[in-house]
Write a protein that binds this ligand. Structure first.
Ligand code: GLP
Length: 242
């Protein structure tokens, strides 16, 4: 995969936003696969700025999000549905009806997964935005997930629960399950941009870019994608340069 190392989070966010905005300009009705987490917030901030300056429109864009916690209603400030409205959708001209996020509160989660898979079959991502977990997860595909997986319900690992607990009042409040696109759904995207920053991502970034392609590091599969680019800061890139 192509690697772009930037000096800090701000530059990483600008470069990644340029890559995503290019897709939107070339194809105004593109399908964007979107990610949550702290890594892409700056990217979204840059896209919002381009919209505010009249340089970008989301009017005909559709979006599919990677994942959602099980059991958090959309009104919960840690649900990914809330995150997307707060960090992007509420600030641009997107038609909210064209935005799709798995429903982690669906009564029948298996049925929800099947529906999301059918949706992804019709809405193939022109560009998929990804972050990476410190254990190498993408979406909520934890180490050990099959590369052939499609949308499914996952039990979050202890390390992911611990990482994400910083955003909740206490670790007991972090959901233990999530619905996530599978790895094959992610690999089906025409283009992929991964954003990663901070020293806590350095090992996962190394395993993703230079490690063996193994289900022990879900992100390592991206080495086999024809059009994947990593944009990361120098801290996250530290082990690549050794
Ligand atoms: C969560 C999300 C992932 C995200 C990861 C890293 O687990 N499901 O999509 O990539 O966190 O988050 P952050 O960017 O906050 O480090």
């Amino acid at each position: 995969m192509k690697v772009i190392v930037t000096k800090d989070y701000e530059e990483m966010s600008r470069v990644a936003a340029d890559i995503v905005s290019q897709v939107i300009r070339e194809k105004p009705d593109a399908v964007l696969g979107l990610a949550t987490g702290s890594s892409p917030i700056g990217l979204y901030r840059n896209l919002i700025a381009m919209y505010e300056e009249g340089r970008l429109s989301f009017k005909h864009i559709s979006t599919v999000n990677l994942d959602e916690y099980v059991g958090l209603p959309v009104s919960h400030d840690q649900s990914y549905a809330y995150f997307m409205r707060f960090n992007l959708f509420d600030h641009v001209d997107i038609d909210i009806g064209n935005t799709h996020i798995p429903d982690g509160c669906a009564a029948d989660l298996d049925e929800q997964c099947r529906r999301y898979n059918s949706l992804l079959a019709t809405l193939r991502q022109d560009m998929q935005v990804l972050g990476i977990g410190s254990n190498g997860h993408i979406g909520f595909n934890e180490p050990g997930t099959s590369f052939d997986s499609v949308t499914h319900v996952v039990d979050l690992t202890e390390s992911t629960i611990r990482d994400n607990s910083r955003l909740f009042a206490s670790i007991e409040d972090v959901p233990v399950k999530a619905v996530t696109m599978g790895i094959s759904n992610i690999m089906n995207a025409k283009k992929i941009v991964v954003v990663a920053n901070g020293s806590n991502k350095a090992q996962a970034v190394y395993n993703m870019v230079k490690g063996n392609v193994t289900e022990d590091c879900p992100a390592s599969i991206l080495q086999r994608h024809a059009n994947a680019v990593l944009v990361c800061d120098t801290l996250a890139a530290a082990k690549l340069q050794q």
